[in-house]
Design a protein around this ligand. Sequence first.
Ligand code: CU
Length: 211
Amino acid sequence: MGPAPTVHAESVDFVMLYIVAISVVLLIGITVTMIYFVFKYNRKKGHEPVDIHGNVLLEVVWIVIPTLLVLSMFYFGYTSFRELRDKPDNPFIVKVTARMWQFTFEYANGKKTDTLYVPLNAPVDLEMKSVDVNHCLYIPAFRIKEDIIYGQTNHLYFNAKQTGDYDIACAEYCGLNHSAMYTKVKVLLDNDFTKWYGGNWQPVKNGSASN
Ligand SMILES: [Cu+2]
């Protein structure tokens, strides 16, 4: 995948790299030790096996270090997940309707499109519903994906940091033309978006927001 066009994508990539880096270091460390021991304690050299009973330092080390590593992976994964699930303040709301086999996007001013248009640097809230079966809205470049369950409204939040066109795919098998259920999200500069939208799109700030 290319460079991260949202803040959330950056943290997903960081967690991914962090876990892969730790895994690679452990893999190399374990493999090298194993090979070293195979040669060092080769039977031909006449080593006699000896039982070792208890080594507090060793036991503490192999319990504490993996525990800290796993907890740190969980911590980074969880904070990134929270960031994705927390509803942003004053989001730009787009109503998404999924059907076999297309997505429709409806904006506050009544405008409807097949392609999703969003302004740059604005929190977006996709209010997603299905009129038939289960679908799933997936934006690989943003590293986000959420099921659209019939009879239920699910939300997906993002804040794009880079203009451009990004693929949207349905990621839940939904029938014959599921594989063709693709569209795009177009991230526009504020001015271009206002022009396209045909007026002010800024969500009305609610009283509870402090800024
Ligand atoms: Cu679908």
